[in-house]
Design a protein around this ligand. Sequence first.
Ligand SMILES: Nc1ncnc2c1ncn2[C@@H]1O[C@H](COP(=O)(O)OP(=O)(O)OP(=O)(O)O)[C@@H](O)[C@H]1O
Length: 503
Amino acid sequence: MANHPVLSDARILVIDDEPDLRTLYELTLLREGYRVETAGTVQDAKDQLAQQRFDAVITDMRLPDGLGTDILGQLRAEQRTERCIVITAYGSAENAVESLKAGAFDYLTKPVDLKQFRSAVANALRGVSSNAPAATGTKPTATKTANAAMHPSGLAVLDRLAGSSATMQSVKERIVKVARSMAPVLVRGESGTGKELVANAVHANSHRATGPWVAVNCSAIPENLMEAEFFGARKGAYTGAMQDRSGFFQAAHGGTLFLDEIGDLPLAMQSKLLRAIQERNVRPLGSHQEEAVDVRIVSATHKDLSAEVQAGRFRQDLYYRLNVIDIYIPPLRERCEDLPALCDALLSRIAQESGSAVAQLSPYAMSQLTQLSLPGNVRELENLLHRAVALSDGAVLELDTHPLATSPAPLRTDNAGATETAPLPLQANAPPTPVTAPIEIPVDLQRYLDLQERDILVRTLQETRYNRTVAAQRLGISLRQIRYRMARLQIDVPHASDEAPDA
Ligand SMILES: Nc1ncnc2c1ncn2[C@@H]1O[C@H](COP(=O)(O)OP(=O)(O)OP(=O)(O)O)[C@@H](O)[C@H]1O
């Protein structure tokens, strides 16, 4: 039986022209306790759909009188709530992608693995209401459907996305819309535009919201450890593997795997990732057994992936797989009207973190902000406000807009962002560089330095997925030192890990 909190009396329509397969699917579903109707053609299915409402529709792609996507198209046009699973031929990536684009909740590839079949159906039924009237032609409004599928924390996470420009409104609407399916999402945008926040909002508004959210920065993992990190490893699979360990895929089972900086994934790893996504199976390093994984992939990049494909640095088939739905976040300079709301949200966050009162920007500082190009986007704005708070001695802030102060301080290891951002050396052996303009002298040096240090530590920890060992290595300090500094600056991180990447 399905182990998800799903509707056992859900009504399902199965459409397949092969009687044996139809019976197999029907029996499998009946055994799960669902109510099942079957159809052998597009027309037969449409007739049944005109008669009654179902909770889910499972359809073969190729039918004698049309395609499964024709049925999807009709359901979508009528704004019906049935969730659809399309069964496609083996190796037909195009069909799988087409069906997701046509609005399918999920797809399965032939020969259908019954365990995956049951799990896909259970996923599709999670959060579906069976109490809606079964009358013909019931057409709930799109908004109602979106709200019904929304987990309460989903709204809270959307609210964290400050800004009400038309662009941000449409980004938020798109998040809610795409969150509902299983389709992979690619979030695009310059560095610091909020891609991770958007990806997290997709997760929080999906039916997987109560499942795990696993965020991985692909550019932060050493190439030789990638396979073990992604798929897990058996004890002894490599030097230092003292025990079995699971990978990101297993950790994200039932939830969302966020692959940040996907454009930085080496080609060899791209093939392995593609395979895992297609087969929905992973094989831990050193194991002979495949493990089924139920994971939704949301990825993000600041690179132009289609150009990367052209240049031969990114696999076209993987790009095609990841980019089923795309969400583009424009740079901050193209949505200046969001600045006041963003400043309010960021200043509240800074105040919360430091336990002080919320500061406000002076009208002059706000007008200065609108003149800045802010190539590091919201992250740069955040840094600028952090500095303003550190340098101010009152509740009204002025900006430190000296060029050095406004240049972002990225912790990237690649060169891709080089044109967008000026790197700030952070290694111990780097020559000392002033972090801010020397014009303003802080009134409280210790507090100012603490805030700078805290900002650097927090960002490094975020970029290393809270792995203190890797963060310490990046900053050229020891694990003991980073622990000490985190404790002193009261930096509390979720799921803190001291694991060395090869431990
Ligand atoms: N609309 C927004 N409202 C509030 N905070 C935001 C918004 N957009 C981004 N931020 C904040 O800006 C910072 C950078 O955001 P985030 O890490 O999501 O960007 P990113 O595009 O993923 O960056 P990168 O490309 O460097 O990985 C974070 O602290 C995030 O909380």
